[in-house]
Design a binder for this molecule. Structure first.
Ligand SMILES: CC(C)(COP(=O)(O)OP(=O)(O)OC[C@H]1O[C@@H](n2cnc3c(N)ncnc32)[C@H](O)[C@@H]1OP(=O)(O)O)[C@@H](O)C(=O)NCCC(=O)NCCS
Length: 167
C-alpha cells in the first residue's frame, strides 16, 4: 500500500534530528536541547508523532502523562513519568507554515485525547505560547490561572498561558 502524501505517524529515534531542526526553526524563542526531545520519546513513545508531508517531516507533537498542575520547566528533563499521573500533558506541537490550515493539528489533538482516555486520564493540559491560545480554545481548552504555577510559566515567556481541557 502506498503511503499518503500527508499523514501523522509515530515518531522514531531516527526522526529526532529532523524534529530538533523543526523545533529550532518554529520555536526560536523557546530553545530546548536535543536531550529533552530524546528523553520524552524514550519515556513515552506513544505520545510522540511526526507529520510527513511529501516524504519530509513538517510537524511534530510531543506529549505524555503528567501531574496535574505541576508544569515541567522549559528545556528540562523529566527524569521519569509519574506512577500515578493525573493529566495528559501536551509538551509541544509545531507545524511548519506550509502545513498549517490543513486540519493536521486538530487531527492530532483528537488523537491525543483518545490516548489520554485510554490512559484513564481526566484532562489534557498544556502551556499555550506563541499566540496559540485561540487555537487551543477552539479545541476545548480553557485558561487556568494558578499562582503556584506562575514561576514555571515565566520560563515560557510573558504570554504563556496554562490551559486545560476536561475529557
Ligand atoms: C498553533 C498550530 C499548532 C495550529 O495549527 P494550524 O494548522 O495553524 O491550525 P488550524 O488552521 O487547523 O486551525 C484550527 C482553528 O484554530 C484557529 N487558529 C489557528 N491558529 C490560531 C491562533 N494562533 N489563534 C487563534 N486561532 C487560531 C483557526 O482559525 C481555526 O479556526 P476554525 O476552526 O474556526 O476554522 C500551528 O499554527 C503551529 O504549529 N504554530 C507554531 C507553533 C506553535 O505556536 N505551537 C503551539 C505551541 S503551544
Amino acid at each position: 500500500m502506498t503511503a499518503k502524501p500527508a499523514q501523522w505517524r509515530l515518531m522514531t529515534e531516527t526522526d529526532l534530528p529532523a524534529v530538533n531542526t523543526l523545533a529550532a526553526a518554529i520555536h526560536p524563542a523557546y530553545p530546548e536541547e536535543a536531550a529533552v526531545f530524546a528523553e520524552r520519546l524514550r519515556l513515552y513513545p506513544q505520545g510522540c508523532y511526526v507529520f510527513e508531508h511529501h516524504v519530509k517531516i513538517a510537524a511534530y507533537v510531543v506529549s505524555h502523562p503528567w501531574h496535574d498542575g505541576a508544569l515541567p520547566a522549559l528545556n528540562a528533563l523529566l527524569g521519569g513519568l509519574p506512577a500515578k499521573p493525573s493529566t495528559y500533558y501536551i509538551h509541544d506541537i509545531a507545524l511548519l507554515p506550509q502545513v498549517r490550515g490543513l486540519g493536521a493539528a486538530v487531527e492530532i489533538v483528537a488523537r491525543l485525547a483518545l490516548q489520554a482516555r485510554a490512559e484513564s486520564l481526566p484532562s489534557l493540559s498544556l502551556i499555550a505560547v506563541n499566540g496559540s491560545a485561540g487555537f487551543w480554545e477552539r479545541q476545548g481548552f480553557v485558561p487556568v490561572t494558578d499562582r503556584m504555577l506562575a514561576a514555571k510559566l515565566q520560563s515560557y515567556g510573558a504570554d504563556a498561558q496554562f490551559m486545560v481541557r476536561a475529557l
